[in-house]
Design a protein. Structure first.
Ligand SMILES: [Zn+2]
Ligand SMILES: [Zn+2]
Ligand SMILES: [Zn+2]
Ligand SMILES: [Zn+2]
Lengths: 148, 148
DNA sequence: CTCCTTATTGACAATAATTTTCAATAATAA
DNA sequence: TTATTATTGAAAATTATTGTCAATAAGGAG
């Protein structure tokens, strides 16, 4: 097994083995700076290590999700997308989805009040519905510049 | 064709025919006060008009979506859910999704600032990304009371 | 390093949701 | 009533995802 990355310990600590497919998949997610579909991850992985199976990508991505490292998104086109959350350079963001061409824009430049309010809302919901809120997703749907 | 409902004119105006399956499907969506999966819509429709096909439900729901009457949601369990937007008694709302049992809570009791801010954010995004924002979805994920 | 145990893998089959196809049907205009 | 053609239902086709299982390889013990 090659170099020790931050995820190495995380896997081992939970009794999971560090394998080539897993390392590669995390690598790919790590390099990408946006949500990838399983197919896209698979293609990137193949460039680095031909022979890794598609099934393994599904499995690994789900594993990482359970570990809380990866976030799963569904934007309405029938494909699930995955994005590294932990250890990612990319900070938390929200999405703009073009309903015509499917383009997705991430935006992170929140208005200050945005972040403050969101926290406030979360607290209120937590109390009111006794719901243990872990995270949120905010999508704005519309028509992008080119599609107009 | 039975009674004239609000949607009758909308369909006709766009050159669509008013049919029993369509009337029934809209009826079902209209009576429901929450997002339904295609399967759920289908079952309700069968109670009113046995013989309507599942395919037609898929088609109609998509038609209504294109007409802007129905909103499509994906909460991450692989099923699409549909909810009447136009002509619905149910106002705009956001969602709380339990990642353990799948339960979904709608909440409409927004904090005042919530609505104001959201509008502000939308305006800013519209300008900045030249994106024509039509609507948004906000989901909070976590663990519900029973699942804790 | 070598051997052993067993988690992990890849190929393939199996599901499940959604879409497509197409001949039969039924809504509307004439 | 008749003609036109959008719409429908049934069945096949597609697509994303999950399950199965024998072969492989990671990591602990010696
Ligand atoms: Zn956020
Ligand atoms: Zn676009
Ligand atoms: Zn809202
Ligand atoms: Zn729950």
């Amino acid at each position: 097994m090659y170099g020790r990355h931050w995820w190495h310990g995380h896997l081992r600590r939970r009794g999971y083995r560090v394998t080539v497919p897993r390392e590669t998949i995390i690598q790919v997610l790590s390099d990408a700076d946006k949500h990838l579909s399983v197919e896209e991850i698979f293609n990137e992985v193949l460039k680095l290590h031909p022979g890794v199976g598609l099934t393994t990508v599904y499995r690994t991505v789900e594993l990482l999700r359970n570990m809380g490292f990866v976030k799963k998104y569904e934007f309405g086109d029938g494909l699930s997308r995955y994005e590294l959350e932990k250890g990612s350079k990319k900070p938390h963001h929200h999405h703009l989805v073009c309903t015509r061409c499917g383009k997705i824009i991430d935006y992170t430049d929140f208005v200050d009040e945005e972040v403050v309010l969101l926290r406030k809302v979360e607290n209120r919901l937590t109390k009111k519905y006794k719901f243990d809120i872990k995270n949120h997703q905010i999508h704005f749907y519309g028509i992008c510049d080119e599609c107009k």
